[in-house]
Design a protein around this ligand. Structure first.
Ligand code: HEC
Length: 120
């Protein structure tokens, strides 16, 4: 076997590895997107069940409770990282008319994913 063909073989296996790495990265990105989408759906279900009787949960609906801000405004007012802490401690739920509801970490994650999905 000549030098050139050995080199060609080396090259093609290097390419195969590079291609495999690329495929894995794309697959990972897709899987992460799926997880994020799933969290958004969980968060949406969460607020529909627990918050929607007072707060607007969509992009242009009005809050059933006149004083409750629509969540699309909440996410503009507070960076979601700050909200996470408040939610874990139940601070946010300390408003008049609002039931005290301390969220579990996985509920917070879902709620914040949902909130982020409301950002324009
Ligand atoms: C019974 C009605 C009611 C329900 C149910 C309710 N809220 Fe509220 N919420 C309010 C009202 C009223 C306010 C505004 C209180 C104020 O500003 O004095 C508010 C304010 C908030 C705020 C903004 C706080 C601020 O300082 O601007 C957040 C965030 C919030 N609620 C989250 C939630 C979440 C999450 C749920 C569901 C788990 C929920 N609320 C369920 C009535 C409710």
């Amino acid at each position: 076997m000549g030098r050139a063909s050995r080199h060609a073989r080396w090259l093609s296996s290097a390419c195969a590895i590079a291609a495999a790495v690329n495929v894995t990265a794309a697959f990972r990105a897709e899987a992460a997107e799926d997880v994020q989408q799933q969290r958004v759906e969980e968060g949406r279900a969460l607020v529909t069940a627990n918050c929607a009787r007072c707060h607007a949960t969509g992009m242009d609906d009005a809050s059933p409770h006149a004083k409750a801000p629509p969540f699309r405004l909440v996410v503009e007012r507070y960076p979601s990282e700050n909200l996470a802490e408040a939610l874990a401690e139940g601070i946010v739920a300390g408003h008049p008319d609002m039931p005290v509801w301390v969220m579990k970490p996985e509920q917070i994650e879902a709620f914040l994913a949902y909130l982020d999905s409301l950002k324009k």
